[in-house]
Design a protein around this ligand. Structure first.
Ligand SMILES: Nc1ncnc2c1ncn2[C@@H]1O[C@H](COP(=O)(O)OP(=O)(O)OP(=O)(O)O)[C@@H](O)[C@H]1O
Ligand SMILES: [Mg+2]
Length: 219
């Protein structure tokens, strides 16, 4: 089970700035000479990447909500076993761009799957491994989706199956995240992500430095 490492996750609706902030945080650790692994969900392993392709494929419109829960959980189980736990056991910092809370927000709140089922499935998938700190970037769906569209226009990639869901779905996802922040205050820090990247990064750093001050990590 988890030993010396520190496990940090980024969460939030589509286009909130998770990947942007995760990269900035990794850069901070790298500059400090602290061993840090950045990974993402779904994916992060070759098996997980294949599951990611199934999950995000715009042709898979008939995917059942339960199948979606299990597929995310399967990719997560692989990532925890193959990547996250070994890195934590060696005392590394692990940053994950999305993790279990995404299933709480997207499959339970967004799709309306039973919350108990989603939580239990993920408990099994992760062996009960929760992050030390979750940075929840909050943005209204209109703004998040607009940011994503701008990113797509820049030519990065086409919208995926989840991004193409309607505005109401994305509103429910955001409500799920806000509910999570309210009930998991010890672990989840809500950061308003409508502000500029540097402002968000400062808030991320404040929380991370507070966490680091309570923990000894290897260089
Ligand atoms: N604080 C910010 N203010 C304005 N634009 C931002 C901010 N943070 C990120 N962006 C821009 O918004 C777009 C989406 O950011 P990013 O890809 O980091 O979001 P994400 O949460 O990882 O999205 P996804 O859910 O699609 O993975 C990018 O083009 C990025 O440059
Ligand atoms: Mg991203």
């Amino acid at each position: 089970m988890k030993k010396n490492g520190i496990f940090i996750t980024f969460e939030g609706p589509d286009g909130a700035g998770k990947t942007t902030q995760a990269l900035k945080l990794k850069e901070y650790f790298t500059q400090k000479g602290i061993s840090c692994l950045l990974t993402r969900e779904p994916g992060g392993t070759s098996i997980g990447d294949k599951i990611r392709d199934i999950l995000l494929d715009t042709e898979n419109v008939k995917m059942s909500a339960k199948a979606e829960v299990f597929l995310y959980a399967a990719a997560r189980a692989q990532l925890v076993t193959q990547v996250i736990l070994p890195a934590l056991e060696e005392g590394n910092v692990v940053i994950c761009d999305r993790y279990v809370d995404s299933s709480f927000a997207y499959q339970a709140f967004g799709l309306g799957e039973d919350t108990g089922f989603v939580l239990k499935t993920n408990e099994e998938a992760t062996g009960g491994l929760y992050p030390d700190l979750t940075l929840l970037l909050d943005v209204i769906p209109e703004d998040g989706l607009k940011r994503q569209q701008e990113r797509h226009t820049k030519g990065a990639e086409a919208p995926d199956r989840i991004e193409l869901k309607d505005l109401e779905f994305h509103r429910r996802v955001r409500q799920g995240y806000l509910f999570l922040a309210a009930i998991q205050k010890e672990r989840v820090l809500l950061i308003k992500a409508g502000q500029g990247e540097e402002e968000v990064h400062k808030k991320v750093m404040k929380a991370v430095e507070t966490l680091l001050s309570t923990r000894v990590i290897q260089g």
